[in-house]
Design a protein around this ligand. Structure first.
Ligand code: GLA
Ligand code: GLA
Length: 667
């Protein structure tokens, strides 16, 4: 059995620690301050390749030993990074063929990070040797409790178009298709006369004058995810050999990284670790945070996961780096814990004085300890110490959202029926509507076991395989409720349209077909009518001609190209029910509430939309994102942050957080 979490006695608290940027006096002050704040885990070494290996094959860990020993003496555990996201300048000079090439053919500049191609044999060999040396050196060090391989695979370096990549892509294709005729068929190469007669003719789908073969691009996206994952595995296996009892992970960016198929990656991790940064200017960005946390938990099959990075305040890479408002860091941190994280870690411990990230907030800001950020960091450490009892507990969800990276890749290729079709556009809309209804969701792959959910929602599932379609069909037949949005079930894994009228993969389960798409003009809307659609609501983005074949209409287009035809449908199949919504209504909550109620999804009623309400194990997290105090009825237990009993209700101050350990009969 692999270890699933680092061995710590409390929730993990800390962040990325880059002491190599500081003199010894500051390093000594660091550990004093870490103790003051209750820090118990820091990630070190993440960008230190050239310090660990100053010349080819020459390893120097003495400088790091001093730091790790000091942390250990002070009771702070180490998440040891492998520094392979920053190859040394000597490496690049020695192996110029390792430098990545972009889709437009530009060889990237160095002097940054992620400057080596994942398919470079020299890079792979050097990272394996370094991971081996690091693993052997720290195998018995009691401070080291886990491994943090690389940093954020997939961004900024996703696809690479260099010669090494093209050669590796051909090998990947040979493994996938065995013979060239299978590839020609899968890629539909009779279109535009693209038939290949030799593997060596195949190139990466680099930029051309006009649209490039979509199946080729989709396979290149799969190949890219697999190549980076192979790099992870090489290091992970070295580290597991040295330290079979330590968990190995890498930090994901579940909602921002479009280039990795994290379902495939998750299966290779001991524990899921995620980085999340607010889009500072976006109102209600805490809803995106909640989505990121729910997706992280779901990738780990519901087990506790690690928030590996977030920020105490502003970041430095957005157009306008807005500082967090008072209380926002605390709400953000505790929302991650509410949704299953057993850690609160930041980038980074101490703000850098130099380099590209010097304007990024940190636990110790440039202003020093006489600052609001530092006081908040200390207070958060105390909160987390009180919250230790939630460790290990799970979050129950009755609703699942179907999330498939392959479908996202395919949808966002060139020449779709409308530029307004976007994976995140629909996913965010559905997630947000459910969040505002106080419904906690899991995310699932289309082929996952769905039996435990009362309602499964597919907001955007353009690409759907036969296996995925069968799974959804079985789920409904055996009593599940499914809710599907437009432009789903259209193509198979090769971006080939499922035979017959749309949506080929979902026609039967939905009991309908689509005769023609009628995408709307920018800012055009169409009137909607029907009980399950909000009165007077209008649809955006999409209209289409739905033809019923077993389903019944639950709402109609009242004007526009499909006036009088169904916009919302319901189909009884076996003992289940399948809903279909053919537009983007202004108010998604109305049809979703109908689906939630029909499916019998339990949720609190009558709470303001701004109150986040999440049950984790025996604890109820109440996070008030609004400006008014909220009283939540039917809550009996103890607020573990203050020790205050809640007898029948919980009062949550504006911007505040209450975590109630529910009494046995509490709700
Ligand atoms: C041009 C091309 C055709 C086809 C159409 C699509 O006319 O000649 O091959 O691509 O555009 O509108
Ligand atoms: C990412 C990286 C960190 C740092 C932060 C800044 O998450 O992993 O090294 O660059 O962004 O927000």
């Amino acid at each position: 059995m692999r270890p699933r979490f680092p061995a710590l006695s409390r929730l993990a608290y800390g962040g990325d620690y880059n002491p190599e940027q500081w003199p010894r006096e500051v390093q000594e002050e660091d550990v004093r301050l870490m103790r003051e704040a209750g820090v118990n885990l820091v990630s070190v070494g993440i960008f230190s390749w050239v310090l660990m290996e100053p010349a080819p094959g020459v390893y120097e860990f003495g400088w790091l030993d001093e730091i790790v020993d000091r942390l250990h003496v002070n009771g702070i555990a180490v998440d040891m990074g492998t520094p392979t996201a920053t190859p040394p300048a000597w490496f690049t000079r020695r192996h110029p063929s390792s430098v990545p090439v972009t889709r437009t053919g530009m060889r990237i500049g160095t002097g940054s990070r992620q400057t080596a191609c994942p398919s470079s044999p020299e890079y792979r060999q050097a990272t394996a040797a370094l991971a081996r040396a690091l693993g052997e050196h720290y195998r018995d060090h009691p401070a080291v409790v886990m491994w943090h391989v690389h940093n954020e695979y997939g961004a900024p370096l996703g696809e690479c178009y260099c010669d090494n990549s093209v050669a590796a892509f051909r090998e990947w294709l040979k493994r996938r298709y065995q013979d060239l005729s299978a590839l020609n068929e899968a890629w539909g190469t009779t279109f535009w006369g693209q038939r290949y007669t030799d593997w060596e003719e195949i190139d990466a789908p680099r930029e051309s004058h006009t649209a490039v073969n979509p199946a080729q691009r989709l396979d290149f996206a799969r190949f890219t995810s697999d190549e980076h994952l192979a790099c992870f595995r090489i290091q992970r296996d070295e580290l597991r050999r040295a330290t079979p009892d330590l968990p190995v992970t890498t930090n994901f960016m579940v909602t921002n990284c479009a280039s990795m198929d994290y379902w495939a990656w998750a299966a290779e991790m001991d524990v899921i670790a995620n980085d999340h940064y607010l889009e500072a200017e976006r109102p209600d960005n805490h809803i995106d945070l909640a989505m990121s946390a729910d997706l992280s938990r779901s990738l780990g099959g519901g087990r506790p996961w690690m928030l590996m990075e977030h920020s105490t305040g502003a970041v430095n890479w957005q157009p306008r780096n807005i500082a967090k408002r008072p209380g926002e860091m605390r709400r953000n941190s505790l929302a991650h814990v509410a949704r299953g994280s057993d850690s609160v870690l930041f980038f980074q411990w101490r703000a850098s004085r130099f380099g590209a990230e010097k304007f990024h907030s940190a636990m110790v800001p440039h202003a020093g300890t006489d600052s609001q950020i530092w006081r908040d960091v200390v207070a958060l450490g105390a909160d987390l110490a009180r919250l230790g009892e939630v460790r290990g507990s799970g979050v129950e969800a009755q609703v699942a959202l179907v999330w498939d990276w392959e479908s996202a890749w395919a949808l966002e290729l060139e020449w779709r029926p409308s530029v307004d079709l976007g994976f995140r556009e629909r996913m965010d809309a559905y997630y947000e509507a459910l969040w505002r209804e106080h419904v906690t969701v899991d995310f699932v792959h289309p082929t996952a076991d769905l039996s435990r959910y009362r309602l499964v929602v597919a907001p955007t599932l353009y690409l759907l395989t036969e296996a995925g379609a069968k799974n959804l069909h079985r789920y409904v037949e055996s009593g599940g409720h499914l809710f599907v949005s437009y432009f789903s079930g259209i193509v198979d894994e090769n971006d080939t349209i499922h035979a017959g009228p749309y949506p080929g993969a979902l026609r039967e389960v939905l009991g309908l077909s689509i005769e023609e798409f009628h995408p709307l003009r920018e800012n055009e809307t169409v009137a909607l009518a029907g009980e399950a659609l909000a009165g007077g609501d209008r649809g955006r983005i999409w209209s289409e001609r739905v033809r019923l074949a077993g389903a019944e209409a639950a709402g109609r287009f009242a004007d526009g190209p499909d006036a009088g035809h169904p916009a919302l449908t319901r189909h009884r199949l076996g003992s289940g029910l399948a809903w279909y919504l053919a537009t983007a209504p202004g108010d998604l909550r109305a049809p979703l509430v109908a689906a939630l109620d029909t499916a019998g999804v339990a949720r609190p009623r009558g709470l303001p939309e701004t109150l986040e309400h999440v049950r984790r194990g025996d604890h109820l997290f109440l996070i008030n994102h609004g400006d008014d105090a909220v009283t939540v009825p039917d809550v009996t237990g103890v607020d573990v942050l203050t020790g205050t009993p809640c007898r029948g209700e919980a009062a949550v101050p504006p911007g505040g957080v209450v975590v109630v350990r529910l009494a046995a009969d509490g709700r």
